[in-house]
Design a protein around this ligand. Structure first.
Ligand SMILES: Cc1ncc(CO)c(N)n1
Length: 235
């Protein structure tokens, strides 16, 4: 039988999920986030403790802004999603944030970080403003759920990398790596990715293109967040 030519045009080949297309197309930028020098320094144990404490305080501020963002995704899924199971996956993510905020408070007291005196750095302020912009009704559910998946996935892949064979993560940072690098969180990110791919199969080319732009914006904000954690002068 004649071999049919397989034409895969980026994002439009129905056989390849859209997120797979993006991860291939943007592999360099994505790896720049999930294999950032800050992450590599945690993995190889060379991270200095002041960077970790800076990250801890800043991420606590981020997570407090992340809560209303996830709530807005819940609202959009209720209004726009054709698949009821979306809400349960998002609700699961929402529920874990309550535990997450308590985890930050415990971790901060363990490492003598005063969360009440943390001043948000520019990269964090910009990222939280970006989250707020995603809550607008102008942002379609497929675009918002794409950003949500990307935000969670960068952390999962970053900290899973720290836990890989041969790592030299300092004992004090193991719990942090486990928090986002564990397989359960990986499965949750895969569920979010499945929702994104299903949504974008039904979305217009315009919404899919917009979702890709926001995917890239998330990756850029994550890189800036790691730069800030290292104590990058551009913060
Ligand atoms: C900056 C940032 N990105 C993603 C996550 C994962 O929720 C987090 N806690 N902080």
């Amino acid at each position: 039988m004649e071999e049919t030519a397989k034409i895969s045009v980026t994002g439009t080949d129905s056989n390849i999920p859209v997120t797979e297309t993006w991860l291939r197309k943007h592999r360099l930028i994505y790896d720049g986030a999930t294999r950032h020098p800050f992450i590599v320094s945690i993995r190889d144990g060379s991270v200095d403790f002041s960077s970790f404490k800076r990250w801890l305080g800043q991420d606590y501020i981020f997570v407090r802004s992340f809560v209303p963002f996830v709530a807005s995704i819940l609202m959009k899924s209720w209004k726009e999603s054709t698949d009821e199971s979306d809400m349960e996956v998002i609700l699961g993510g929402m529920a874990s944030l309550n535990d997450e905020i308590n985890w930050f408070k415990n971790e901060a007291s363990k490492h003598h970080v005063s969360l009440t005196s943390v001043v948000p750095q520019n990269a964090n302020i910009n990222y939280c403003r970006f989250l707020e912009s995603l809550m607008s009704s102008e942002i379609e559910y497929p675009v918002a759920i794409t950003a949500f998946w990307a935000i969670e996935s960068v952390y999962q892949q970053s900290f899973a990398h720290c836990l890989e064979e041969g790592n030299r993560v300092p004992q004090e940072l193991k719990e942090t790596c486990e928090r986002w690098g564990n397989e359960g969180f990986g499965a949750y990110c895969d569920s979010l990715r499945g929702i994104v791919d299903l949504c974008l199969q039904k979305a217009s080319a315009e919404v899919t293109a917009k979702a890709e732009v926001f995917f890239l914006s998330v990756v850029e904000h994550e890189v800036e967040f790691w730069n800030m954690s290292i104590g990058d002068a551009s913060m």
